[in-house]
Design a protein around this ligand. Sequence first.
Ligand code: TXA
Ligand code: MG
Length: 346
Amino acid sequence: MGLFCFMKTKILHIAPDAVNTDAIEKAANILKRGGIVAFPTETVYGLGADALNTEAVQKVFDAKGRPADNPLIVHIADIRQLFDLGEKISQKAKKLAERFWPGPLTLVVRRKPFIPDIVTAGLDSVAVRMPNHPVALALIRSLGRGIVGPSANTSGSPSSTNAQHVYDDLRGKIEMILEAGPTAIGIESTVIDVTTDSPVVLRFGGLSLEAIEECIGRIQTTQSKDTLRRSPGTQHRHYSPKARVVLIEEKNANQFSRLKETHAQKNIGCIIHTDEIRANSQKLKAKSKHSITMVLNNNVEVVAQQMFDVMRMLDSQGVDVILIESVREKGIGVAVMDRLRRAAEK
Ligand code: TXA
Ligand code: MG
């Protein structure tokens, strides 16, 4: 990790439905000078830099403490920029972009040589996405070219879904945060490799597999060693709060009771959403002096939107263990479970 001179991090509020050109211009000017700015998207907050400025992109890696072998997504505001950045764009890629952009889908395509190696971690491909957020789109348009945008969190910790998370992780290391409230989806985009005739999912995310297959037919989801090599990010530690995360996988509440016994002496945080586990958590409250329960709406979209926030909240309360209820692996639930399993790996 590089050394930082501590800088003051400004937070500028923008109403997402009335993009304030003054704030956008200030942020774009920072990007033009080679600085870095956090911005909202519909998935999570991103940490932006001019994608064609190697030094600026290096600052993003430094601020996040991100390993250099993990490539970045270039965010665009117009589908034509996909053809500027990529080569040999397949019909399927074009179809996906036309159908789902702007939206929570990232396409990995063959890269043009002019893209700095630092962005692609030296790979022969580049990841591109058009975010569905007026502030992000206005910022990209104002800079006039692509913006790299990894999630705006310290590498390894839960992604930032509001400006406070960004501030907690990156204050003093970035110049500005454009603040536009909590993000709508709450988990990152789905990443698909479309460099070959048979597209492969590299990361499950905010766009469901069902929606993608409805558009281009069956696609591969198995993560072979070769695929993992093509997506280095999937090998790194991810989404982990400071507390140990334990998944409640059984819906019959027996496992929940056992887990509570096991961790009885610890400060326990619970993140739950079904009535069954909720009833059980009432008993936990009666038994233990040190437990906090966060109840989410029993709806997978709500769990996705709030889970990183509640993990961070429980961390700030100093819990040792977070017991978190699993969701059904359907639709966006696949991506939620992917995040939860990784958070639980330690
Ligand atoms: O929703 C999102 O995608 C958010 C918002 C801010 O747009 N961004 C985000 O970026 O999640 P990041 O850097 O946290 O995740 C990017 C993922 C990583 O898993 C990375 O390895 C993969 O995309 N990736 C980037 N470029 C790639 C490439 N050329 N080939 C394969 N995988 C790539
Ligand atoms: Mg990330």
